[in-house]
Design a protein around this ligand. Structure first.
Ligand code: FMN
Length: 321
């Protein structure tokens, strides 16, 4: 499919998630079938101040492209300058965060605060488009309290948005209730640019169902991919009418070994331990003996020690399977 000037291998995309969408997470998602991956949201103000921790979020590793960098900010001029910096990176598109409900972000007039003023949202988007050599999209929620997409989306498209992602909840809902797939369907029926549906896709079946029930062009998966990057290939298999391959403990162990090697090459031992442990927690969720494994893994201080625990946990499961 075509999206943001790219030819994608499937309509299943990995969502931007702060604290989660690291290069390793994205690489794993790509290898497991995500057609397009997003960085976590990156502060425009931080980019302009050249803060090292913000610049680090723009870093990519080989194999993860196509990659979209997501920016947040409420000031058009700052977003314009940030777009120049971000689009100089080896990435494929920029996205503007218009959905983050976190107070710290809203206080800057950014994230979901932009939904309260569609004209300002369009101004911010236009500033990013002007500053960027890359296609630009916007990720929105339905609106502050109810569905305002009918007013907002035409303004964003006029300002140059080449795609829209809709997390089908309002700002006040945060993550409560169910995502309103009917709202995705309503918007998909007239949206002049490709609509990416988002919200409550937790299985390959859900992903295919969102496509068929709403008519959206692509499906973005967030929480469902945390600890289960294979959700993308399962979705692609279901879409092609094939039965997906089951995920085995050996597959999880192999993925963790890749994470470990990647973490070692990207940062120091301390960073790598923290990071690999996070994936171990995710990958062990729901498996027999997971709580004891998590407790032990939680007290490991070195990578080798952590790896030994991992081998023994997943190895035993594989043998029992
Ligand atoms: C831990 C976490 C961090 C997130 N960070 C971002 C972010 O940086 N930018 C963004 O646009 N959305 C962010 N989101 C929202 C997700 O991209 C997505 O819209 C939301 O989780 C709904 O999709 P899901 O039901 O597939 O998880 C975040 C969500 C979670 C759970």
């Amino acid at each position: 499919m075509q999206l943001l000037g790219l030819t994608l291998q499937s309509p299943f995309l990995a969502a931007p998630m702060a604290g989660v969408s690291s290069p390793a997470f994205r690489l794993m998602a790509r290898r497991s079938g995500a057609a397009l991956v997003y960085s976590e949201m990156i502060s425009a103000a931080g980019l302009l101040r050249r803060q090292p921790q913000t610049l680090r979020l723009c870093r990519q590793i080989p194999g993860e492209r196509p990659l979209v960098l997501q920016l947040f900010g409420g000031d058009p001029e700052a977003m314009h300058q940030a777009a120049k910096i971000a689009s100089a990176e080896e990435v494929d598109a920029l996205d503007v965060n218009m959905g983050c409900p976190v107070k710290k972000v809203r206080r800057q007039g950014a994230g979901s605060a932009l939904l309260t003023d569609p004209d300002r949202a369009a101004e911010v988007l236009a500033a990013v488009v002007e500053g960027s050599r890359l296609p630009v999209s916007a990720k929105i929620r339905l609106g502050p309290r109810n569905d305002i997409t009918g007013t907002l989306v035409p303004k964003l498209v006029k300002a140059g948005a080449r795609a829209i992602t809709l997390h089908a909840r309002t700002t006040v809902q945060l993550f409560a209730g169910r995502a309103d797939w009917e709202a995705i369907k309503r918007l998909a029926a007239w949206c002049p640019v490709p609509l990416i549906g988002n919200g409550d896709v937790f299985s390959g079946r859900d992903a295919v169902r969102m496509l068929s029930e709403t008519g959206c062009a692509a499906v973005m998966i967030g929480r469902g991919a945390m600890g289960d990057p294979w959700i993308f290939s399962r979705a692609a298999a279901r879409l092609a009418g094939r039965e997906p391959q089951a995920v085995t403990p050996a597959m999880k162990q192999e993925a963790l070994l890749e994470h470990l090697e990647l973490a070692r090459s990207l940062g120091g031992e301390g960073h790598a331990v923290h990071f690999v442990r996070q994936f171990m927690m995710w990958y062990s969720r729901g498996l027999p003996g997971a709580s004891a494994f998590r407790r032990t893994a939680g007290s490991c201080t070195g990578l080798d020690e952590l790896w030994a625990e991992c081998e023994s946990f997943f190895g035993a499961l594989e043998q029992a399977a």
